[in-house]
Unconditional design. Structure first.
Length: 438
């Protein structure tokens, strides 16, 4: 019987699904030990720090992660940063294969003047801010103006716009960061404007997310009916409409036609507007858009512009992989062929294919790469346990049993406040709950 050890870097959905696929690949002749490394003290990646707090059902996949973690061949090492505490070369010396599952943590830049002003954020900062990510919990977010602008027509832009536009008490029974929740309760924002650079037919929103909008109790959502009808006409004249696109356009029509409640909070969705300039002194005061039109199926610029005064801009226009020493990156992704980076080094998830798909997409993606890895395995290496190296470097790693304690403590703290959990954001508090090993 062959016994291999495989390291996975990054404890988000792609990492856990890779671990699950490795577990499922075991046979009487093939045993695989799995060590999952995570730089934060807590696992679950985007399920903890990306998914919107008012979408708790999506987070129930964490039960699958904990089931994977409960298997005998699985070990968790949180608080260990690969590329800083341990190099990829060192990992490769200690494992038969290394799988990178570090996602896409850096927000793409708009590349327009004014992007560095105070009050301008990327969704890569803003989303982890409201989700109590340790590195972003203190982001200097000020919600003291009446108007906020969100750039992008994907589900992340939609999440950000919704979180800013809803009545904050709707978040009281969620695991929103307590800091962000307090800021949202004191927020002066009453109008949120979301801008897409192309037409309704090109938007990357998905229809379940659009269909939620008219149901918001304390927020009116505005979208121009004529624009959606024009989009419907364009796509119908081009042939049969794909099912998902039809569903999206129908959901947009439903938003446009929904009776308004005439409440003080509103969310406005605009199309065919490309941001060109963010203005302000130190703080953002406004943003200018070039107005586009669609001609012969192509989006083209007009000579019209439009400026909106605002005190907050969040761009949600996609993500890129963060640099890790020794890891080749190109176009925001780890350079790979079907998940193979180089001998013994693999990549899965958003770091492999870019930031696309829902959480479940990572399951099939990781399963495909793990099939390649298992086929590549030959003879197990002679190697010593990584724990010795971590201890010798005085790295305070957090094991699965430690994380279970923290997980329970967060849930317990949440129960008392009528929330699913309260995420701890203070390292001292985390350390005292964990009673870290070394
Ligand atoms: P996305 O779906 O790729 O959307 C990115 C948006 O940014 C597009 O509308 C794109 O417009 C726009 N954009 C790109 N560059 C731009 C620029 N320079 N100026 C203006 N707009 C620009 O990405 P995402 O929203 O970050 O989401 C990532 C993935 O996570 C997606 O697969 C998404 O569905 C998923 N997700 C799912 C959920 C959920 O299931 N509830 C929630 C959040 C995220 P163009 O099309 O014109 O390029």
């Amino acid at each position: 019987m062959n016994e291999f050890r495989i390291a996975i870097v990054g404890a988000g959905p792609a990492g856990y699904f890779a671990a699950q696929a490795l577990q499922n690949s075991q046979t009487d002749e093939l045993k695989i030990g799995i060590d999952l490394f995570e730089k934060l003290p807590t696992p679950w990646g985007l399920v903890r720090t990306g998914v919107a707090p008012d979408h708790p059902k999506i987070k129930s996949v964490s039960k699958v992660f904990e089931k994977i973690a409960s298997e005998e061949n699985f070990r968790l090492f949180c608080g260990v940063e690969i590329g800083v505490d341990i190099s990829i070369t060192e990992l490769q010396q200690k494992y038969d294969a290394v799988i990178i599952a570090t996602g896409s943590a850096v927000g793409k830049k708009l590349g327009i003047p004014g992007e560095d002003l105070s009050g301008v954020f990327s969704a890569a900062e803003f989303v982890p801010w409201y989700n109590a990510h340790l590195e972003f919990v203190d982001l200097p977010v000020q919600l003291d103006s009446e108007v906020a602008v969100v750039i992008g027509a994907g589900n992340v832009a939609m999440d950000v716009a919704r979180i800013l536009a809803i009545e904050p008490s709707e978040l009281d029974a969620t695991d929103t960061s307590l800091t962000a929740l307090s800021a949202l309760h004191n927020s002066k924002i009453r109008e949120v404007h979301l801008f897409a650079r192309r037409g309704p037919e090109h938007a990357a929103f998905t229809s379940p997310e659009l269909r939620e909008l008219p149901k918001l109790e304390h927020t009116d959502v505005y979208l121009d009916k004529d624009e959606v009808e024009a989009a419907l006409e364009r796509v119908t004249s081009a042939g049969e409409i794909p099912k998902d696109l039809n569903s999206n356009l129908e959901a947009m029509l439903a938003i446009a036609q929904a009776p308004k409640k005439n409440v003080p909070r509103s969310l406005h969705i605009h199309f065919l507007s490309t941001p060109t300039l963010i203005s302000g002194d130190k703080q953002v005061h406004g943003i200018t858009f070039q107005i586009n039109q669609i001609q012969d199926g192509k989006v083209i610029a007009t000579d019209q512009t439009m400026t909106i005064a605002c005190g907050l801009v969040v761009s949600a226009i996609g993500y890129e992989a963060k640099e890790i020493s020794e890891l080749p990156l190109e176009n925001g992704r780890v350079v790979n062929v079907n998940g193979r980076v180089s001998a013994g080094l693999y990549v899965v998830g958003w770091a492999k294919r870019g930031p696309s798909g829902v959480i479940g997409t990572n399951k099939s993606d990781s399963t495909e790469v793990v099939a390649l890895i298992v086929a590549d395995l030959t003879t197990p290496k002679e190697k010593s346990d990584i724990s010795e190296l971590l201890v010798s470097r005085k790295i305070k790693f957090i094991k699965q049993t430690d994380w279970s304690k923290l997980n329970e403590a967060e849930v317990e703290a949440g129960q008392a406040a009528g929330k699913p959990r309260i995420k701890f954001t203070d390292r001292k508090q985390i350390d005292s709950v964990l009673e870290v090993t070394q």
